[in-house]
Design a protein around this ligand. Structure first.
Ligand code: C2E
Ligand code: SIN
Ligand code: SIN
Ligand code: FE
Length: 389
């Protein structure tokens, strides 16, 4: 490449850079995208982005590629990266192993041989240091002052996007936590293994959604909204919900309303996740053939997220002990799900369920599904397994 071709190449990449990073709100993905771009723009072997953690006064990095998602942590002050965070100055080192600032520990972890290093501070608009940008091993020669200028420029562009993603992530995290606590509250009364059931619903639904081929965003939505499917049970009285026997027709009619109560609780939500939770709560007992409740919706009228949670919910309910029923063997629960293909459940969802059945079993084995803390359930009180209602 001639000098002017090289400049043009870098300029083009820089122009694209802002557009590429502004689209990503997921912090991990954003950092990956930035690192990949920087490696190209600066023709270097590796770019690592270290983020400052003010709670521990450390810098962490997840961008060690080839090493799946290992998190590296270094104290501020230690090594090249720690020095840059501490002083706010850039460093350009031609032979890392001859530098007294170099911390060879990271090479030992990444099995990478650092030759030359260029590191610049990542500063936000107010000038506060939020991390360190580091590029390692330029493809030809050493890093020069032009590289340093470009890295500083990239760093100032990236800092805003990184701070946004951090903020978004902490808000999202807070939202997930609230949703989860709400879900625990709803399941608390009728299930001793609340946490296990909620985790199962969430994990099975995500596996099925992925097998269907939904995109990652949608999979996450279903994963995090599904624990709220039975939130409406908070409005069902103890005498019905906790009855250790088969419900009368009248009681079951009241029980069915948990779908409507759930939809009501979650209605008109501003949050995208709660809107999905609303659809799931409302429609997770609809059946593909139109014989479900509350609205007897059919086939494509039922939202896909509800159809997925329906299979995950019934499979897990069958495998778990309830006040009104003993647990089933997973193989029997699977047979039941398959036998309801095209009846209770969408064939597409049943096929997806069956294709990930082994993974579902693995997740299930991590906890003992048959454990119960409810003593002395009398077998004659269990309702007929083959005929729910
Ligand atoms: P759940 O216990 O979470 O069960 C969810 C769904 O799993 C049930 O929806 C049903 O489709 C399936 N399921 C659970 N146990 C069995 C079973 O033994 N056999 C079969 N074939 N399917 C089963 P469903 O029937 O609409 O019930 C919704 C909720 O109503 C249940 O949620 C539970 O909280 C309550 N419920 C249902 N039947 C009874 C009962 O006989 N006694 C009591 N106390 N509650 C019941
Ligand atoms: C250091 O910060 O001293 C090590 C740089 C690296 O290899 O990532
Ligand atoms: C919503 O999605 O927020 C409303 C759905 C409903 O009320 O059924
Ligand atoms: Fe339900």
């Amino acid at each position: 490449m001639t000098r002017s071709e090289e400049l043009e190449y870098r300029l083009n990449l820089l122009v694209q850079f802002g557009a590429i990073i502004s689209k990503e709100t997921n912090l991990t993905k954003l950092l990956e995208v930035i690192a990949g771009q920087v490696e190209k723009i600066l023709s270097s072997q590796r770019c690592s982005i270290f983020i400052y953690d003010h709670k521990t006064n450390e810098l962490w990095s997840r961008i060690a590629r080839g090493l799946n998602n290992t998190e590296i942590r270094v104290p501020v002050g230690k090594g090249i990266v720690g020095w840059v965070a501490d002083t706010g100055q850039s460093l350009n080192i031609e032979d890392a192993y001859k530098s007294d600032k170099f911390n060879p520990e990271i090479d030992r972890i990444t099995k990478f041989k650092t030759k030359n290093v260029l590191a610049v501070p990542l500063k936000n608009v107010t000038g506060r240091i939020i991390g360190v940008f580091e590029v390692i091993n330029k493809n030809e020669g050493n890093f020069n002052s032009e590289d340093e200028g470009i890295l500083n420029l990239i760093s100032s562009l990236a800092a805003g996007a990184i701070e946004n993603a951090q903020l978004y992530e902490s808000l999202y995290q807070a939202q997930l936590e609230t949703i989860y606590r709400l879900a625990v509250t709803a399941e608390y009364r009728d299930q001793h293994d609340t946490a296990v059931h909620l985790r199962h619903i969430s994990e099975y639904s995500a596996l099925i959604a992925r097998a269907i081929g939904l995109d990652e965003k949608k999979i996450d939505d279903i994963k995090y909204a599904s624990p709220l499917h039975d939130i409406g049970k908070v409005a069902i009285s103890d005498s019905i919900l906790l009855k250790p026997a088969k419900l009368t027709d009248e009681e079951f009619e009241e029980m069915k309303k948990h779908t409507l109560y759930g939809a009501k609780i979650l209605s008109n939500a501003k949050s995208h996740l709660l809107q999905i939770a609303c659809r799931i709560a409302q429609s997770h007992h609809e059946k593909y053939d139109g014989n479900g409740y509350p609205y007897k919706l059919k086939g494509e009228q039922i939202p896909i997220e509800a159809k997925i949670v329906s299979v995950a919910d019934v499979f897990d309910a069958l495998c778990m002990t309830r006040v009104y029923k003993p647990s089933w063997e997973p193989s029997r629960a699977r047979e039941y799900i398959l036998s309801e293909r095209g009846k209770s459940f969408d064939p597409l969802v049943v096929d997806a369920f069956d294709s990930v059945y082994d993974k579902i079993l693995e997740l299930q084995k991590k906890s003992d599904p048959r454990s119960t803390i409810i003593p002395g359930i009398r077998k004659e009180l269990y309702r007929d397994d083959s005929n729910p209602h």
